[in-house]
Write a protein that binds this ligand. Sequence first.
Ligand SMILES: Nc1ncnc2c1ncn2[C@@H]1O[C@H](COP(=O)(O)OP(=O)(O)OP(=O)(O)O)[C@@H](O)[C@H]1O
Length: 253
Amino acid sequence: MVELKGVAKSFARRLFVQNRSFALRDINIAVGRGEVVGILGESGSGKSTVANIITCLTSYDGGSYRFKGRDIASYTRKERFAFKSDVQIVFQDPYGSLNPRATVRGSVMESLILHRPDLGRRERIERANALLEEVGLSADAGDRYPHEFSGGQRQRVAIARAIAVEPELLVLDEPLSSLDVSIQAQILELFVRMIRERDLTIVFISHDVNVVRLLCDRVYVMNQGAVVEEGFARDVLNHPQNEYTARLLDAVY
Ligand SMILES: Nc1ncnc2c1ncn2[C@@H]1O[C@H](COP(=O)(O)OP(=O)(O)OP(=O)(O)O)[C@@H](O)[C@H]1O
């Protein structure tokens, strides 16, 4: 479903200075349909930049990105629009991704209005209610506003909004990092259930070895803008071949 080949991305170090600081170098990442693939690394390793390239929120300077076998550089307008519902992202901070002036049902319905114009208003409301229930929110939650919810509940709303358009690929960018540990466990449970019950392909960005171990089939380990190790999560995390991966694992125990 996703194939990044030799992808590079650099950011200017300072405004008006020609000195480029490289964020990503020669990234090769492939994600097959139905896989849950982790991208693991410390802060600043380039994980979010990869997430933003996969979701087309950031451009890349070199290499290629094929989505469902088609190079996204050659997408038509129609394909670009379809991509926006095929690929959804959930960010670390759910507050930033929800409209504070819309009820949470309104937020979920917003993406349905854009991507499912075939649905009538009644159907959209019913679908939004069902989604809020699926992510573990009560029936009356839909009428309330983001600020009335806890961080964990807001993240549930962001998840409902992301899956509303039935994306083929869901990118989760550190979706647990802003939450208390007990809440993290509950959201993790929700992901486990979603993976079991929905036909999803997931790219899971995380610095947490244990979460990747629990959720992911395969993992790419990133350090300083490069992939340093990849493989089945159980192999990489039980028998790391790379020194950096071994250090990451040591830091956990
Ligand atoms: N918009 C930007 N402008 C300049 N530099 C950036 C920008 N976005 C990322 N970078 C730099 O690129 C590198 C990788 O950042 P990225 O956010 O992808 O890492 P990360 O592994 O996701 O870390 P974190 O978990 O802290 O977000 C960092 O050195 C960062 O400073």
